[in-house]
Write a new protein. Structure first.
Length: 341
């Protein structure tokens, strides 16, 4: 969520471990200072594809370090010009299936990509995780399709000159499905087709449309988010900006879940020039989180939902918010609403 792309609106606040961006594009991050790359006493992965270390799936808690290796490879996803040392593993898929290649728990700013036996790029990710549990700027390849009998190469790399200890897990992808519960009110945003320009609930990211917010006044609210190719040619994420009215209890309580790792933010002050994250809770994949926002009864809060990451490419996912707000009387199915556009 950073590096060498220019971000049109730098709306962020520095938390204990990171900055929380509110914008649709990956923002900028200055170069980090890293220690000299001193060889490690123990070297785990192969130095190049020619001496890649062979793995058998599933891979559970394969540990290692990139310290002491050379910089042999690099891919753009979306950041280039890495000088980090990299290591190489290989495996042969027993069956056609979707897999996850996960570096959760690694100790540095990683980059991760995968080639097939013909050295065609299969998947690439720089930043997936942005939390203290898995690490900040730690990579994951999610739902990668592999073919039976095909050999693949996994490259563990880093951003810039970063290197360090890694933790590798490879397993079958387990889909997370979050359905809209009965009585849920749908967001109603148009589909995120390529070329999409968010005039619906893009909030402070949509100044050309008057900074549109959507009011949520339902006990169950069902939304859709994801990524698309903007008219500028850049990959954008969909950021949904909402208002909510504080009920008589003197607080708004929101429990959320999503099919993809996402943020729920309380924002303030309520001014697009200075809006930043007051508090945050992560949700997904199929993991609920709850945020409680105090306020005077009848006052308005600003609320934000969007993906935590910029994995590259396009796609959509569902999320659900359960609140202590008033239940709306009309609801529709996902299919009904999408059919309107």
């Amino acid at each position: 969520m950073r590096k060498m792309l220019v971000f049109v609106m730098m709306l962020a606040i520095v938390g204990s471990a990171m900055a929380y961006d509110l914008g649709p594009k990956a923002s900028a991050k200055g170069p980090a200072i890293h220690p000299v790359n001193v060889p490690s006493d123990t070297r785990q992965g192969g130095d190049t594809i020619l001496d890649a270390v062979e793995l058998t799936l599933p891979v559970v808690d394969e540990t290692g370090t990139t310290a002491g290796y050379t910089n042999d490879y690099d891919e753009v996803c979306p950041y280039s010009n890495s000088t980090s040392p990299d290591v190489v593993y290989t495996f042969t898929a027993d069956a056609a299936q979707d897999i996850d290649v996960d570096l959760c728990g690694s100790s540095y700013d990683t980059k991760l990509y995968m080639y097939d036996v013909n050295l065609n790029l299969v998947a690439c990710n720089d930043d997936f995780y942005f939390d203290d549990a898995c690490g900040v700027y730690v990579s994951k390849l999610e739902q990668v399709a592999v073919a039976a009998g095909m050999q693949y190469y996994v490259i563990i790399d880093g951003y810039g000159g970063a290197f360090g200890n890694y933790l590798l897990n490879i397993d079958v992808f387990e889909p997370c499905v979050v359905d809209c519960p009965a009585g849920g009110v749908l967001e109603g945003e148009p589909p995120l087709n390529d070329g999409y320009d968010d005039a619906y609930n893009g909030g402070c990211n949509s100044p050309n449309y008057g900074n549109p917010f959507q009011n949520v006044a339902a006990e169950i609210f069902c939304g859709e988010s994801g990524w698309y190719i903007h008219a500028s040619g850049n990959t954008y994420r969909d950021t949904d900006w909402f208002t909510m009215t504080v009920p008589d209890e003197g607080f708004v309580e929101v429990t959320g879940d999503a099919e993809h790792i996402s943020w729920m933010f309380e924002l303030g002050p309520q001014d697009c020039a200075t809006a930043a994250v007051v508090q945050n809770v992560g949700i997904g994949e199929c993991v609920q989180g709850t945020i409680v926002i105090p306020g005077a009864a009848g006052s308005t809060i600003w609320f934000w939902v969007g993906p935590q990451d910029f994995p590259g490419g396009t796609g959509t996912f569902n999320y659900v918010l359960w609140t202590n707000l008033i239940t709306a009387t009309e609801s529709h199915s996902w299919t009904d609403v999408k059919g309107l556009f």
